[in-house]
Design a protein around this ligand. Sequence first.
Ligand code: KIV
Ligand code: NA
Length: 269
Amino acid sequence: GAQRRLSPAAITALKGERPIVSLTAYTTPIARLLDPHCDLLLVGDSLGMVLYGLDSTVCVTMEMMIAHGQAVMRGAKKSCVIVDLPFGSYQESREQAFRNAARILKETGCDGVKLEGGEEMAETVVFLTSRGIPVFGHVGLMPQQVNTTGGYRSLGRSDKEAAKIRRDARAITEAGAFAIVIEGTVEPLAREITETIAIPTIGIGASPACDGQVLVSDDMLGLFNDFKPRFVKHFAELAPIVSKAAEEYAREVKERRFPGPEHTFQVKK
Ligand code: KIV
Ligand code: NA
């Protein structure tokens, strides 16, 4: 029969069964390539940096998220597809969050939305999940808050910071999220949260103790190399491959070696 995408509930059910595999995707061809190997494809607002050259995710819009959500949905057959709610689309009120999350679900056909936040977002997560919108939480380092928290450093070293992240993870779990991203968080805390909450933790820079892992695909492919945080591993080095291809193309055009006869439409005499 036709292959179905994994549901958010099926992702939740993987906790304790096996590690959950997730990557970001933003376009149809990349979604097609990653989908067979993943459980969850995340249309992350990291696309602001990775695709649009912005310095943070703060300027990402609903229109960008919807366009790329639609593109990824065209390429995903089996993975659960989750789209990030961009900065400013959900923090104002639970009604604003519902309106924008519903718009993403209706216009892309994706399986759920992700939003950043802890205790302060718990009532919004209750509002969404009790009205039919699966929510993927995101605690620890929250890139949309870079302007107030001032940067990208690992969290959870001090008792105060650890207590806050622990409370955030519990609040979002109790609010009904189907899973939670833990970003940029020290191992003992990520492990403790993973062992004490009922939903899967998907780590990025949060140790192997999490129930699953996620990376930005352009980072792990070695395509986006503006900076390389400690937690990124390059599983390929695509940037030099792209540069070399462009260099060879330029040379062949200048030398009139491309296009060759095999690339040229002739008319028979
Ligand atoms: O936007 C993104 O890519 C993310 C993941 C890194 C979790 O939120
Ligand atoms: Na994100």
